[in-house]
Design a protein around this ligand. Sequence first.
Ligand SMILES: [Zn+2]
Ligand SMILES: [Zn+2]
Length: 484
Amino acid sequence: MSETVHWADVIAEDVLKRGNRHVLATGITPSGPIHIGNLREVAIANAVFRVLRDHGAEARLIYIADTYDPLRRLYPFLPEVYEEHICKPLSEIPDPYDCCSNYAEHFLKPFLKSLERLGIEIEVYRADVLYKSGMYTDLIKTALEHRDGIAKILAKVAGTSIPSSWSPFNPLCEQCGRITDAIITGYLGNTVDYECMCGHQGFADFSKGEGKLTWRVDWPARWKMLDITVEPFGKDHAVAGGSYDTGVHISREIYGHEPPYPIPFEHIFLKGKGKMSSSTGTLTSIQEMLDVLPPEVLMHLFLRTKPEKHIDFDPGVPLLNLIDEYDRIHGVQIPFRHMVTIVQIAQDFDQVLKVLKRSGYVVSDIDDIRQLSINAKNWLSRFAPTFVKFNVQDTLPVEVKKLSQKQRIALGLLADAISFKKTAEELHNKIYEIAEEAGIDSRDIFKAIYVAILGKSSGPRAGWFLISLDGNFVRKRLREASKA
Ligand SMILES: [Zn+2]
Ligand SMILES: [Zn+2]
């Protein structure tokens, strides 16, 4: 990647042609657990944001939580009684887990916390607060005044037929609390008259947040309100006639505002399960990933891939390879892959430290090491395929009976060669030499080592593995196996 120009540089260069002051916007609807697919959007914006800043541009990175969107349906994780909250704004629904101020906040909080852990500094807006604060008032008024013009754009650009009762503004019914069910019958000043499907007739003051703009109008309205100049979004919004397309027309023709520079991006697919999505439950939550990965590696996953390319996410061995790649590029203190081996050797954290010292690592940042060991354990229990897992056998495994005479001789030679003065690499090379000396293929000596210690024919890289173990134990075990 280093020889080629990074995609974020290419985009930033393009963006800078439009000026030197930028607001980069991201956002999602916190209707359920926020998954790593959502994080891609923030990662993309953050990457471009940083390049713009490096170029001396005046840039802000913002995140708009769509807390005023209605609850669409009864998601699998919701109790049956939440049926009554469908079509109410998320910010007005109680937290189903009863620990936060409202439904939206429950899913938003851990996401914002994850962003913090990822080192992403972002200004957060909540849609319900924007509406209730009156920031939308003039934008709603303009939309109501240009109702016909907007309807014409939607009909022409999106090719949908717009019913005569359609309004760009959806009032919040004061009776049933739903934000999707009312029809506007008139408006004056800052209020609209409405008739709700629940039978209630009333009026809503939109300067106080008693309703919201419909999505296709809301989006261009906020471009103007927050002066948004750059925005990444899922490619489904980018299709001809999609919400970006209609947004461009509404922004220019109704709000007189230049739409933001678009960065459409592809979805993340979870191996064997399809597109990640909160509503289908096909997802890996960000927290779940941060349980197994250092945050930087997660960002690395997004940065190495161009936004328009889809990402196949496989949390098994490919994830381990990804972490390897990251560790190689950044030269980390203790490679994750080695920690995966060490936590399978050590009984507890004290032993982890002991094994690390034995392996020649400088053990200084205890908290970081502890976190890495927890990550490795989580990865092993949740995502690792069986061939990565092993158990150091307390007694000589019965499988050693199947070893050949030459393999036994090789193990005996190796037992004599084990010494603490060797580095892992030296020991690893020594194993090859001994194989030659014993007249066997190197694969057969490695096999013999794993059989003698793990009772199976494969295992982690032998030099590094053996040096992690107690030297006396290894010597004794290899001798036993050589004589069995
Ligand atoms: Zn909560
Ligand atoms: Zn109602």
